[in-house]
Design a protein around this ligand. Structure first.
Ligand SMILES: Nc1ncnc2c1ncn2[C@@H]1O[C@H](COP(=O)(O)OP(=O)(O)O)[C@@H](O)[C@H]1O
Ligand SMILES: [Mg+2]
Length: 290
């Protein structure tokens, strides 16, 4: 084989392994097509951004990826296996997420909130937890230790015994990330992690996401803050009215006139591309509301 022929047959470069592949994902609500035939690939070590005006279908797409919704059509493949559309199976497979509106157990401590995330990897729901024998106690101690490590990792090491509801807003968002990390994911999905944050909190969140990526995870992040997205991400996808409008490097997406037009819009509902000063609602768990 000549050198030229060899070069032609070899891949241009060895891309990292694909972690997640969504193919032809469609989500219809009655007559509304909230997600319209979207494909997405996420590779090991990547930070992928998902942008688009309000109502573009970003959260619905996350819900399809994480088994919260069963897509009307399409498949989600994680590490080579098609995922069943069930949240528990998705978490077990290695995908974790945070929500646009914080969902914490307000009356539990920071540590306990993270421990809850850990229980999917233990036999806490099994007979051992009812009997509470040595195996349970050993597991519980390990869970506690891992939860503390994760609080340290996200910078909340000193809030262990604080009730989640008393933590400042930025810390609550970080706590949610720690709880997601407690499930030992390979891929983390973040839905507007900096919504309502001040510039300092936003910068800290960016640093934390880089640290998470450096620890070996792939990350997909939804955000409206363009400077945040274009600084953070290796690749960006822009959704408009459910469909993928543009995909590419931050430089490509940033300079695409269609993206600018989608954000600036022409109608009265045109969303602002920068985050609003308003902080999203913190929704407590059902138990907390009771
Ligand atoms: N459970 C649902 N039932 C009906 N319509 C929904 C539901 N969830 C989302 N939608 C609609 O789907 C569209 C996309 O919403 P969403 O995914 O929340 O957008 P984004 O996160 O990009 O702002 C919106 O028009 C929204 O009203
Ligand atoms: Mg959303």
């Amino acid at each position: 084989m000549t050198a030229t022929a060899h070069a032609a047959s070899a891949p241009a470069r060895t891309d990292p392994k694909v972690v997640l592949e969504a193919k032809g994902v469609i989500m219809r609500f009655g007559g509304l097509v909230a997600v319209d035939d979207v494909d997405m690939v996420v590779r090991e070590g990547e930070i992928v951004g998902l942008i688009g005006p309000n109502g573009a279908g970003k959260t619905t797409f996350f819900n399809c990826l994480t088994g919260m919704y069963k897509p009307t059509e399409g498949t989600v493949t994680f590490e080579g296996s098609v995922l069943p559309p069930k949240p528990r199976a998705v978490v077990k497979a290695g995908m974790a997420r945070t929500f646009q509106n914080i969902r914490l157990f307000g009356n539990m401590t920071a540590l306990e909130n993270v421990m809850v995330g850990r229980y999917c990897r233990t036999s806490a729901m099994a007979l051992t937890s009812i009997v509470r024998g040595p195996k349970f106690r050993h597991e519980e101690a390990a869970t506690r230790q891992r939860a503390q490590e994760l609080l340290d990792f996200v910078g909340l090491g000193r809030t262990t015994e604080h009730l989640a509801r008393n933590l400042p807003y930025g810390d609550q968002r970080r706590l949610e990330i720690a709880r997601a990390l407690a499930t030992d994911p390979k891929l983390l999905l973040l839905d507007e992690p900096t919504a309502g944050m001040n510039p300092k909190e936003t910068q800290e969140t960016m640093d934390l996401i880089f640290k998470i990526r450096d620890s070996g995870l792939a990350v997909v992040v939804i955000e409206h803050d363009m400077r945040f997205i274009f600084t953070l991400c290796d690749r960006v996808l822009c959704l408009v009215r459910g469909a993928l409008l543009v995909e590419g490097s931050p430089a490509t997406v940033q300079s695409d006139p269609r993206v600018i037009e989608a954000y600036i819009g022409t109608g009265p509902d045109a969303p602002a591309p920068t985050p609003t000063a308003e902080r999203p609602a913190v929704s407590l768990s059902k138990e907390e509301q009771a």
